[in-house]
Design a protein around this ligand. Structure first.
Ligand code: ARG
Length: 368
């Protein structure tokens, strides 16, 4: 099945050829100025350069031929010699009917199947979702399905946010509220022999009865607000995050409980929205890759010490705006949001070797 762009390209190519110019110049693209036109062709400018002629004059010859095309309601020359085209209502409704009648809805199958990874939704442990997550989930799911429908090999990954500062916050908040949990976690943290499977089971059973998703939902906003207002509270959360990442047994066990409770509820909610992931990898899953990655970045001379933290300066001359540095290791030694993101690139390369990774993220994360 052809499409409008291709059909028009053929017509414009023929018009160029009729004027004694190379047909390739007739390439039509969607207009840069949708307020002025639907499609455009810049071929007259290229032709003028080689033929040393006036581009507007070349464009005039081409538009004269195109004027009779029933698919176009207007053909105009703009600026130095761009050819602007508006599609007629008849052509649009014919095209809409064609698409509606086509079992593939006008979507062609790709010639060479690509390996595509779509990173979308990005929900977090404990932190409630906001509209940015909903938007990413729906757009990401749609992108995943469209690529798949076109024949690509597509994997959708939820990229579960389970390794950041919010973990330290919620660990502290739960321990503050429940002395039993505080004692349990501290006892496990203080141990020098590993926690047995039997002990784990007992501990998880106790946590199951004591901390629900409702508790996390209730405590997280309070803890987040307190972390903003109270430096000491914030510092403690950051320390707890670093200790969690260093696998302190008590924090680690509590964290696994939080992750499990959150994931069960999220999967149910996403499924109800028609959003299902092939992979539910967390930021924590790349933890083992971080130390060697930091070493490699260091060996390459990319890391800069900055107030006790280690950063990468990513700003380049000629950037359109100020790009903040990427924080790789915090002053507590923790992996940050960008650290796990970077390690995830390595992980995906090794495990899936994608041709493309699509990140469906909030505008505020566009720099990533
Ligand atoms: N968990 C993040 C958030 O809630 C979104 C993650 C987006 N994906 C990524 N690879 N950074 O803001």
């Amino acid at each position: 099945m052809s499409d409008l762009k291709r059909g028009l390209s053929e017509a414009v190519a023929a018009a160029f050829a009729a004027a004694g110019l190379p047909a390739e110049l007739g390439r039509v693209t969607p207009s840069d100025r949708p307020d002025l036109a639907d499609f455009q062709c810049n071929g007259a400018l290229a032709a003028a350069k080689t033929a040393r002629r006036d581009p507007r004059e070349i464009a005039a010859g081409v538009t004269a031929t195109l004027a009779a095309d029933p698919r176009l309601s207007a053909v105009e020359i703009a600026g130095l010699g761009f050819i602007n085209m508006r599609v007629s209502d008849t052509a649009l409704s014919e095209r809409a009917n064609e698409i509606a009648a086509d079992p593939r809805l006008g979507a062609s199958v790709v010639e060479a199947r690509r390996r595509i990874l779509v990173d979308y939704a990005g929900p977090n442990v404990a932190k409630p979702m906001h509209v940015g997550h909903l938007r990413s989930s729906i757009i990401g799911e749609a992108i995943k399905r469209i690529y798949r429908f076109r024949g690509d090999l597509v994997v959708g990954d939820a990229h579960f946010g389970d390794w950041g500062y919010q973990m330290g916050l919620i660990i502290g908040a739960v321990m503050d509220e429940d002395p039993f949990i505080k004692a349990l976690v501290e006892q496990l943290n203080g141990r020098n022999q590993p926690v047995s499977a039997e002990e784990e089971k007992t501990a998880f059973a106790a946590l199951h009865d004591r901390v629900s998703l409702e508790d996390l939902d209730r405590l997280y906003p309070l803890a987040a607000a307190k972390g903003k207002a109270d430096i000491e509270y914030r510092e403690r959360a950051r320390r707890m995050t670093a200790e969690l990442q260093a696998k302190a047994p008590g924090y680690h066990l509590l964290w696994r409980h939080f992750a499990r409770v959150t994931k069960v509820a999220l999967e149910r909610d996403f499924h109800a929205l028609g959003v299902d992931f092939d992979l539910w990898k967390g930021e924590s899953d790349v933890d083992d890759l971080i130390a060697p990655m930091v070493k490699e970045l260091d060996a390459k001379g990319l890391l800069v010490d900055d107030q006790g933290a280690r950063i990468i300066r990513v700003a380049r001359q000629g950037d359109k705006r100020d790009l903040p540095p990427l924080l790789v290791v915090s002053s507590e030694g923790s992996a940050m949001y960008g650290t796990t993101d970077l390690a995830t690139v390595l992980d995906r390369e090794r495990s899936f070797d994608p041709d493309q990774v699509l990140y469906v993220v909030d505008q505020r994360q566009a720099d990533h």
